[in-house]
Design a protein around this ligand. Structure first.
Ligand SMILES: [Cu+2]
Length: 206
């Protein structure tokens, strides 16, 4: 009986101490909960450097000889450009926090996928290969010529071609079902269409 009383007394004290230690006295962010920044993952872990990602479109972060394997532009008679892209869906484990690995499905090994940028009226052509483990697609918001349900099966390829319209910042993503699963696994990216006559694109932030 005495032992049982001691047991419950100690248990209550420990519970109270635990609650007290977590109570946000004079709230100071997450300090009271022992949380905060615990490290970094780095460029190699997640497939991209987030800062570089914000300044990158049409693979312009790559050396020219490497870039030409993923992107090519050709002038057209009407003054617009044909922009050609090479995209591959591939599974890849990415480290979303130190020691926390997420089995992602990616476009070209990165999440979000590479940013596509064109000017209103350009012709966009994308050679897409599915090297992943599920049927995938590329579906572009804005004008697009293909149907979302045109699944590209494992090992297959598909060419998307459409006029860049309307201008704006759009989304592209995989449209295979379950749609939410394919997007949350990492198959999405940015598709920018600049207005015609908007002038040269910036090359730096300064
Ligand atoms: Cu997919």
């Amino acid at each position: 009986m005495v032992l049982r009383k001691i047991y419950w007394t100690v248990t209550l004290i420990l519970c109270a101490a635990a609650l007290w230690s977590q109570a946000p006295s004079g709230y100071e962010g997450n300090k009271g909960l022992g949380m905060g920044t615990v490290g970094t993952t780095g460029e190699d872990a997640i497939g991209i450097d987030p800062t570089t990602y914000l300044r990158t479109w049409n693979f312009n972060d790559l050396p020219e000889d490497v870039r030409s394997s993923f992107y090519r532009e050709t002038p057209r008679e009407d003054g617009s450009l044909l922009r050609e892209y090479w995209f591959t869906a591939v599974d890849r484990e990415i480290e979303v926090a130190p020691g926390v690995v997420f089995p992602a499905w990616t476009y070209n090994g990165q999440v979000p996928g590479p940013t596509i940028r064109a000017t209103e009226g350009d012709l966009v052509r994308i050679y897409f290969t599915n090297a992943g483990t599920r049927p995938h697609t590329m579906h572009f918001h804005g004008y697009h010529g293909s149907l979302p349900e045109d699944f590209v099966f494992l090992g297959d390829s598909f060419t998307y071609e459409f006029e860049a319209l309307p201008f704006g910042v759009h989304l592209y993503h995989c449209h295979s079902t379950r749609l939410t699963q394919h997007i949350h696994k990492g198959l999405y990216g940015v598709y920018i269409v600049d207005p015609k006559g908007a002038g040269p694109w910036p090359t730096s932030w300064s």
